[in-house]
Design a protein around this ligand. Structure first.
Ligand code: TXA
Ligand code: MG
Length: 316
């Protein structure tokens, strides 16, 4: 299914109106957020949501995140609580997704939650994303705008390379500031970190005033999308490398000899913003392997290492 002409829209009011019309018509429009580009569709429209799964080749048991423009809108979809209030006032809009019990009257397609009684919801900070959501006026379901299992997109070019011809449009808002997907926190029970991401765990714990439980590989059903192999480039990824082998290119961090450096200064924010961009670029060289220098595991480093471990995991 590669027979559509994908429109590339600029981030202005006319494009917001165009994108909203496409969404209202059941179309798929990719949009920039501060984390990664999302593949958006009207979360209330069964057919449109089904098309997200089809375009990405995504397993139907993997639920989607719904994007809203305000806490008031979020509260109409999920059963809100005090912890959600505390985290949303500290970090929304921003790279944080909250999982809360879904309301019976939410009116969303059941495909969005893959049949779960909970809903993952977030309010993005990116101005273009906010303009689009405001103009559309409804909930937008949006997974990352990449073919399932591949590297996430941090530019409109990445989206076109992966999904061009399968979606109606992409809004080109430039490069994503954070460069890593949102941090996902489950609030249906004891607060739990379901996915490390663009907001460091340390920041969440200080806002909550309590440590977050952490999801482990032993309970895979808690975060159904946390597949071991994910973010996979065509090249084989080798972690904690000190130098490259003859058939490899090298991704560095800090003061190391390499082909592309996540951050020469050893800055984890800069490294996060560069991660998917550099993986796309190194993969495009056609090298057999990508050697990756060690990245410290604190702050955003935890999410960077999570993505790198999945990129390096054995593939099915
Ligand atoms: O930054 C982001 O979060 C980006 C942008 C586009 O917003 N979106 C994103 O979506 O990363 P996706 O589909 O690639 O990842 C969504 C994750 C999956 O791991 C999925 O399993 C999990 O969210 N998820 C969705 N609904 C859930 C729920 N009700 N309970 C637990 N996990 C859920
Ligand atoms: Mg994804």
């Amino acid at each position: 299914m590669n027979d559509l002409t994908t429109e590339v829209l600029s981030p202005d009011a006319a494009s917001f109106t165009r994108a909203a019309a496409l969404w209202a018509d059941g179309g798929l429009v990719a949009l920039p957020t501060e984390t990664v580009y999302g593949l958006g569709a009207d979360a209330r429209n069964d057919l449109a949501v089904a098309r997200i799964f089809e375009a990405k080749g995504r397993p139907h048991f993997n639920p989607l995140i719904v994007h809203v423009v305000s806490v008031e809108h979020a509260r109409t979809l999920v059963i809100w609580n005090d912890l959600a209030d505390r985290l949303a006032s500290a970090f929304w809009p921003g790279p944080l997704t909250l999982v809360l019990p879904i309301r019976d009257q939410a009116g969303l397609s059941p495909l969005v939650t893959a049949g779960l009684r909970s809903l993952a919801i977030r309010m993005p900070a990116n101005d273009t994303a906010r303009g689009l959501l405001q103009t559309f006026g409804g909930p937008i379901a949006a997974p990352s705008a990449n073919p399932s299992g591949k590297i996430s997109p941090t530019s409109a070019e990445h989206v076109m390379a992966g999904l061009g011809g399968r979606i109606e449009a992409v809004v080109d808002g430039g490069t994503c500031d954070v460069g890593l997907e949102s941090t996902i926190v489950g609030l249906t029970d004891t607060p739990i970190l379901l996915r490390p991401g663009g907001l460091p765990k340390e920041a969440l714990e200080s806002a909550l005033g309590q440590p977050l439980a952490q999801h482990t590989a032993a309970d895979p059903l808690v975060a159904p999308g946390q597949m071991t192999s994910h973010y996979a480039p065509g090249a084989k990824v080798r972690l904690n490398a000190t130098q490259k082998e003859p058939d490899e290119v090298m991704l560095g961090f800090g003061n190391v000899d390499c082909d592309l450096n996540l951050s020469e200064a050893g800055d984890l924010r800069e490294a996060a913003a560069n991660l998917f961009h550099h993986l796309h670029a190194l993969d495009a060289t056609g090298a057999k392997g990508i050697a990756v220098a060690p990245v410290p595991n604190h702050g955003l480093g935890a999410a960077i290492n999570d993505r790198l471990q999945r990129a390096a995991a054995p593939r099915d």
